[in-house]
Design a protein. Structure first.
Length: 318
């Protein structure tokens, strides 16, 4: 079910793989792209460690100009945690003086299933880089996110096939006054995605993250319950984008959204990968599109077998 590809852009910049620029003509300027640093433990560089590759990167690309860094495969990602590459990036903080965006775990499915990616305490990056404005993470296994404080972070994305509730609580207990975009993939209980609607209360109340205008609570097997809670959530009034995609949303959740507070102020309502009936799709479009809301109802799904609601599935689990 999980078919993620490498990032094509990050931090507002096109993503390039540092390995593929070593022998192919002039390299881009340090500040012109988001640099992916990775190794292939099964390829030509199987004997090169991520530490060696990162040292090579710092020697070949002006680190003072690097604005966006993508940590790709660092070895056997299902055996080695992200603590090593994160530690090496932090150790180079005095050289990476322009760094604004970091993504940890940009692995494709053939490199590691999303539930196999072993993460670590990613908030160490926030402590080391006070000017960071964007942080992205893929993989929830062993992910640690204790409550933290950061004055400039504007975008936080955590993609997971199962996101432990401790991580969600840590995010929502953090002081992130500049946060404008939050995207959480909650995942499924079979892979430790054990967040329930009550855990989202600080977020939905609107008392957290005063600048938030883009909210994604996605890829959940309780998507209907989340939609029902969002229908009356104070945070919605300040949103421009609401993303409830990739989960098990059906007519029940969509009806709750339409019967709750007005959504006509939104610019985008993203419901792609859904289980809505044709009639409900039309009802959603008729209620919102005449007001200028862009509604994404792509990827209409059918439940597995004859299991009905129980046969619904998230877009990303493993």
């Amino acid at each position: 079910m999980y078919g993620a590809q490498h990032l094509h852009e990050f931090g507002g910049l096109p993503a390039v793989d540092f390995r593929h620029t070593t022998d192919e003509g002039p390299r881009p300027a340090a500040d012109a792209v988001a640099w992916r640093v990775s190794v292939d433990p099964y390829g030509d560089d199987e004997d090169r460690s991520w530490e060696e590759e990162f040292a090579h990167f710092l020697g070949e690309v002006d680190p003072a100009g690097v604005r966006a860094l993508i940590i790709g495969q660092w070895g056997e990602a299902y055996e080695e945690t992200s603590s090593v590459p994160i530690g090496l990036v932090i150790a180079a903080a005095d050289r990476l003086t322009s760094l604004e965006a970091v993504f940890v775990g940009d692995l494709e499915a053939e490199e590691a299933e999303i539930t196999w990616i072993e993460q670590s305490d990613v908030t160490a990056l926030l402590a080391a880089f006070p000017a960071l404005t964007e942080l992205g993470v893929r993989g929830g296994t062993d992910l640690v996110f204790p409550p933290t404080k950061h004055e400039r972070l504007r975008s936080l994305t955590i993609q997971a096939g199962g996101l432990p509730v401790e991580v969600v609580r840590g995010v929502l207990d953090s002081e992130l006054p500049a946060l404008e975009r939050l995207d959480l993939w909650l995942g499924v209980s079979a892979y430790e995605g054990n967040t329930d609607v009550a855990d989202l209360a600080p977020l939905l109340s609107g008392t957290r993250f005063p600048r938030l205008h883009h909210l994604g609570v996605r890829n959940s097997e309780i998507q209907n319950e989340i939609a029902a809670a969002i229908a009356s959530a104070p945070v919605v009034a300040r949103l421009r984008v609401l993303d409830l995609s990739n989960g098990t949303l059906g007519d029940e959740g969509a009806a709750a959204l339409l019967e709750g507070q007005p959504l006509t102020h939104l610019e985008v309502l993203d419901l792609h990968h859904h289980f809505l009936s044709d009639a409900m799709e039309q009802r959603v479009r008729s209620a919102l599109e005449p007001h200028g809301v862009r509604v994404d109802l792509s990827e209409k799904c059918e439940p597995w077998g004859d299991r009905g609601v129980e046969g619904r599935y998230t877009a990303v689990s493993e």
